[in-house]
Ligand binder design. Sequence first.
Ligand code: ZN
Length: 880
Amino acid sequence: MIRKRLCVLKVIIPSIIILLIGLGSSFAQKVPTTEEVLGFKVGADYHLATYEQAVEYFKALEKASPRIKVFEMGKTEMGKTMIYAVITSEENMGKLDRYKEISKRLALAKGLTDEEARSLAAEGKAIVLIGAGMHAGECAPAQGHIQFAYDLVTSEDAQYRLIRENTILLLYFPNPDGMTMLADWYLPNLGTPYEVSGMPWLYNKYVGHDDNRDSYMNNLKEIQSITRIVNREWFPVILYDHHQTAPFPARIWIPPAAEPTNPNLHPLFIRGKSLIGCAMGYIFDREGKPGAISRFAFDFIYPGYEDSFCDYFNVISIMTETAHYRYATPHFYTLDEFPAAYRDFIVSVFYPSPWKGGWWRLKDGMEYANTASRGVLHTAAVYREMFLYDRYQMGRDTIAKFKKEPPYAWIIPQDQWDPPVAARMLDNLVFSGIEVYKAKESFVSGGITYPAGTWVIPMDQAFSRFVKAIFEEQVYPDLVKYPTLWQGIVRPQSFPGAYLPPYDMAGWTLPYQMGVKVLAANAPLEAKLESLTKVVPPGGRVEGGYAYLISSRTNNSFIAVNRILKKGGQVLWTQDSFSAGGKSYPAGTLVVPSGSVSSSFMESVAKELYLDIGATGSGVTAKTYKLKVPRIALYKSWIGNSDEGWTRWLFEKYEFPFTNIYDAEVRAGDLGKKYDVLVIPSSGTDAIVNGNRQGTIAPQYVGGITEAGVRNIKEFVEGGGTLVTLRQGCMFAIEKLGVPVKDALAGLQPTGRREEGGPSEPAKFACPGSLLRMEFNSKHPVAYGMPSEAPGMFYGGTAFDILSSFEGKGPVVVAKYPGGDLLMSGWLLGEKYLQNKAAAVDVPVGKGRVILLGFATQNRAQPHGTFKLLFNSLYYGAAQ
Ligand SMILES: [Zn+2]
């Protein structure tokens, strides 16, 4: 009874307070709660709101309050409309355009004096973006957003008022598709033995967890929309992206981050991240919320995450990881679940209030996430003017820095191996907010004369640190060299020979990945330049004759061939070099007899794809393969796989028709009747063969291809089919099909996880996402169109020894690591284990073949320079 009365009081008292304080906000009592709109209180056990419900609620708030406005920001890959809510005071809401303009001018810095910047900073508001649910399985912060919008709109608490007056918040959901998929999966499983089973597919259309590894490429629609609002429209001072889950048993991970730190960042920026992180931590303990931890596990050296990409645009971008059990199911944690090191509740500088166990519910995760969001906004409100001015200062300093030190500019010749790829790279920079120019006249740099039309990126621009960070070779810091540098956070002496692995990649140099030639200007550049709003490659001409000739150097050729084949045209693939009309053409040149397609069709293909299509007056003398539309099967299991998703995305972009095949179809066999080529993306052998274990998920998603599937794949290959395996997928071919090659790195790669302090054993070989020198056999169909030497991405891959009895008569090496220096960008320990090993191999098996692509030819759809190996494998598998 007493409890009941207290509850009534709890309801009445706040209502009175709201009525009393809310004189200036007479709408406050009409603002609907989540319960009134959604039918449940958001965050309640066993309830998850879909994205559509979140939008519905935001729109209900918009109707009831002048403090929130909903805007559209683009479409998702599955076609949903992405929205964001702007939340601020009524007064600020009336002047959004002015505040956007102030933020833009301060961000770009150019043309402002310090005084002007100071007065703009005094007038401006701190624009802050907060996203939640990028990784949809990490659902508490996205659910939290719904409640947070209500709290921010209605609360008359001094802290909320301060936030509304000084900041303009953009609250958004970076992965709407995933948010709804998650609720649709979880809710029907409630009360079944599979209540907390993982989704058997990716939580978005293509790439699952990799959706926050795409930011510098902008491949995905969702990421494009975020880049657009950040760098082209709102120019926020802070971007905050919510994640889960904290290193157990901590309840939330907050900045400062782990090492290493990217050397291209302005020091104020690094301080800004720590300042906000520490302020968040302060709020947690002030409010009696224990368990906030910092300074280990997560580093931001890789610029592909949304919250590290924005770093280089001088947006203080941060991430947190809130603790989470699963979905909306609560869990009670006892001490015996804790790792031994945490059972004594040792207090430390970056973990001052150890969490001691007990219940953890969706509601708790939401409250922590919202406390963190509030901490960010509160800090932004308190330091509003400083952050605004400092955004200007970071831009100003960047401009000044590259006026007096190299690189003064980057020069990108139009004469490229694959010009449309070079243009794609530059166009993406323009889209991201970088100024890219074209020379109006020829100019000289470093003693070389560049013709008019050469692309130039001058570095005296506010965001140029980004260009440097993605263009230069990465030199990953060697832990062993700096044993005391990182304030005792890492102890290399405990791990003799150890290295500090990055959370993700160590080397990503984009021109290397994309096969684009760029040159740094090491002296100030004098050139007449015109600014570009779109970067268009040269090319698009067609010569007429007996047959059209398409170079295999250009990735767009694959689109051309796919369109020609689809139209019923004929395409021949030359097996040797030949000459025609006084020019010589390499093996792999594509020949289209002009009688098989119309000239207007070829003209449109050339124009749309920027291809220069040559011609020959007679038939070519070289031996040729006849290409046909390959019947492609892309293996997809009931374990969501980002590599499968990226491969699928690429096949669609390059217009390869394909079918996803699942375990049941592989188990059923007769694959050769339907397919020419079977592609197995990077995946462990056990996952492929055994799949999900009995009892972990509903029966229809249990099991893999089984040994029956292994036999069927063998039969498919022996009968003439082509199996293409990517990275770890190659181990399946080695372990299960008995191909005569050996894993050259067996037993050498590190074990153990970074969160536990580093690899458990000293690694002999380690190469966490780096670019290595590789040699390509461009006379082999799989490497047609490749230069003889080019960088290749090594990322969770493998390399091959060819078993001696087969050398010279069986497997053919398509790509290999040379004997000399291998590392081009990133980190490589144990170089000798890769030297002279094969990186890609064509293994004849029966009437068919297995093509092992041991390195990351298509990783995250970034290394355009090596897509050809995968695409050629598809044609080769169906060529006659
Ligand atoms: Zn995450």
